[in-house]
Design a protein around this ligand. Structure first.
Ligand code: FAD
Length: 522
């Protein structure tokens, strides 16, 4: 009886609605109903994830209109574009994270946060099953369930190993803050090991061979950071092995940074060549052991193995297993990524939205919308087809429509814009409910109440080391060199989520300019 009472108190204190699904389920669910009744005026929005999409949604949402609950295994937001800088100590890990509870506090604390992982979504009963993730010996149940009226899935994606043997066991990844910290320690380990007495030159050389698999923005940025770390700091501290360090980037395609403009891709390749970073294109890694990395050279069909000291795997992402399970429940089992419509509503499931890296906007509908826009160009102001079409304008519009229907990139920019868009829809949905006769913009019903989501591309950066960067800016503008690096510094400082992280990041950059990077293995 006392344990039931304790459970009841805990549930009431924690804001209600958390339903333990252990043996005490019957009593716990009664508690949940009572608490739900108390909050029944507000619809419950559960947000999964505190990354770019989730936090951007929470920052703009009218939290007084909903009972907002957030579930995420990380109690912080991480500014992922600076993760490569954490691997070499250019910025410290704590400088790029903002505690979720700081963000909640700024929203008058009207958001409940649960540090847990969603294990399963029960779409039919609008219920989530979650688990506290950190291993501990604390008292209490780690599992709980949570009901929702609206669910916002913003859980990002996980690294994709393409089932390549040995990758999970022998490679480092660069997806989370912990990954970056592990890489930082391991790079120092490689140097410390390489200078131990009794090693042959070949052994030292192997320990100092750093391999990066994947020539996308993350892999390239890490290679550039590592090169700067070695050249600016480590060779002064480990002079005896300074000529033995080698950095190799392995890329399956023909060029690195192939999602960028060709000019950027070749600028990056030339710069890497000058810096002595080997770029091995047209090679597919087929296995990784603790000593060697084996790959197939596409052109010759040959298989070769290279010994390594450290491998960083950065080849792309895939859907999380519990999202795959959810996709199976709602008839999307044959898809790779969770599909939504242009309003970010998950297809085949009521009241569930998905945004950021875990979702993709359904192509067919977007295509038809843009084709409609293009066809409109052929009509006059009264809607009649005109005889003489502006061919150039028509071609341009077709081109734009085509570029719009390409999959949106898995970037922070897309995720943040989607979060902001969805929060506006939620705010408007609430206002319309209370004020159906109000301003015209709140009327209407269903999805047509809102404009579909439209992505606005604001540009993309690729830092290349040595105080040089490349950028693809809106309007097909390409900028490369030192001035672009300064643009990168100012954009990334301004994009920080809080003044606290902004000050920390800028002071880390200043510290590095003055004192260099810290090479202690902490
Ligand atoms: P994330 O930001 O990954 O957030 C996912 C959230 O879900 C996290 O809080 C996670 O803890 C939580 N979560 C995970 N599993 C669960 C679960 N089971 N239950 C509940 N919550 C869960 N993009 C750019 O635009 N520019 C860049 O320069 C750039 N650089 C990058 C550098 C690196 C090293 C990396 C890894 C990515 C970079 N990106 C960049 C991509 C960008 O980080 C992602 O596109 C963006 O993070 C996607 O946002 P998201 O909210 O979908 O996912």
């Amino acid at each position: 009886a006392s344990s039931k009472l304790l459970l009841l108190c805990t549930l009431s204190l924690s804001g209600g609605g958390v339903v333990a699904y252990s043996e005490a389920q019957v009593d716990a669910s009664k508690t949940s109903v009572q608490v739900n009744e108390k909050d029944c005026k507000k619809k419950r929005v559960v947000v999964l994830g505190t990354g770019w999409a989730g936090i951007s949604f929470l920052k703009d949402l009218d939290v007084s209109a909903y009972d907002v609950q957030v579930v995420s295994p990380r109690n912080y937001f991480a500014f992922t574009p600076l993760l490569p800088s954490v691997t070499c100590g250019t910025v410290e890990a704590r400088s790029i994270v903002e505690p979720v509870r700081n963000i909640i506090k700024k929203r008058n604390g009207e958001i409940q946060f649960w540090e847990a992982e969603c294990m399963k979504i029960d779409a039919a009963n609008k219920k989530l099953f979650c688990r506290y993730t950190v291993e501990n010996n604390l008292v209490g149940n780690d599992d709980f369930s949570l009901e929702y009226d609206y669910l916002v899935i913003a859980v990002g994606a996980q690294v994709n190993t393409f089932n390549t043997p040995g990758v999970l066991e022998n490679c480092f990844f660069l997806k989370e803050v912990e990954d970056a910290q592990k890489i930082r320690r391991s790079v120092i380990d490689c140097f410390e090991k390489a200078v131990l007495p009794g090693l042959s030159e070949e052994e030292r050389r192997i320990n100092l061979h750093f391999v990066i698999v994947g020539g996308g923005p993350t892999g390239v940025e890490f290679a550039a950071e590592l090169h700067d770390f070695v050249q600016e700091d480590l060779i002064n501290l480990y002079p005896s092995v300074k000529d033995l360090v080698k950095i190799t980037v392995i890329q399956s395609g023909d060029h690195i940074l192939n999602m960028f403009d060709e000019r950027i891709s070749s600028f990056a390749e030339q710069k890497f060549r000058r810096d002595g970073i080997e770029v091995q294109t047209g090679s597919r890694v087929i296995s990784v052991s603790d000593k060697e990395i084996t790959m197939k050279l596409k052109a010759k069909g040959e298989i070769c193995s290279v010994p390594h000291g450290l491998v960083v795997w950065s080849t792309g992402v895939e859907t999380r297993p519990f999202v795959k399970d959810f996709m199976g429940q709602i008839g999307q089992a044959n898809r790779r990524v969770l599909a939504t419509d242009e309003w970010l509503r998950v297809k085949g499931c009521e009241d569930v939205y998905a945004l950021g890296d875990c979702a993709t906007i359904n192509q067919r509908k977007v295509m038809s919308k843009h084709l409609r826009d293009v066809t409109d160009l052929m009509k006059d102001s009264e809607g009649n087809y005109i005889d003489k079409v502006d061919i150039e304008g028509f071609k341009l519009a077709l081109c734009q429509a085509d570029s719009q229907v390409k999959n949106l990139p898995a970037t922070a920019q897309v995720a943040a814009q989607q979060g902001a868009y969805l929060s506006k829809c939620f705010n408007r949905k609430y206002k319309w409910k209370d004020n159906p006769e109000g301003p015209r913009r709140f009327r209407g019903s269903g999805r047509h109440q809102f404009h579909p989501f439209q992505y606005k591309h604001l540009g993309q950066f690729a830092p290349l080391g040595g105080e040089q960067a490349a950028a693809e800016l809106p309007g097909d503008w390409v900028s490369m060199g030192r001035s672009t690096q300064w643009l990168w510094y100012s954009v990334y400082a301004s994009k920080q989520v809080s003044w606290r992280t902004r000050v920390l990041v800028v002071s880390d950059w200043t510290r590095r300019f003055i004192f260099g990077r810290d090479s202690s293995r902490i």
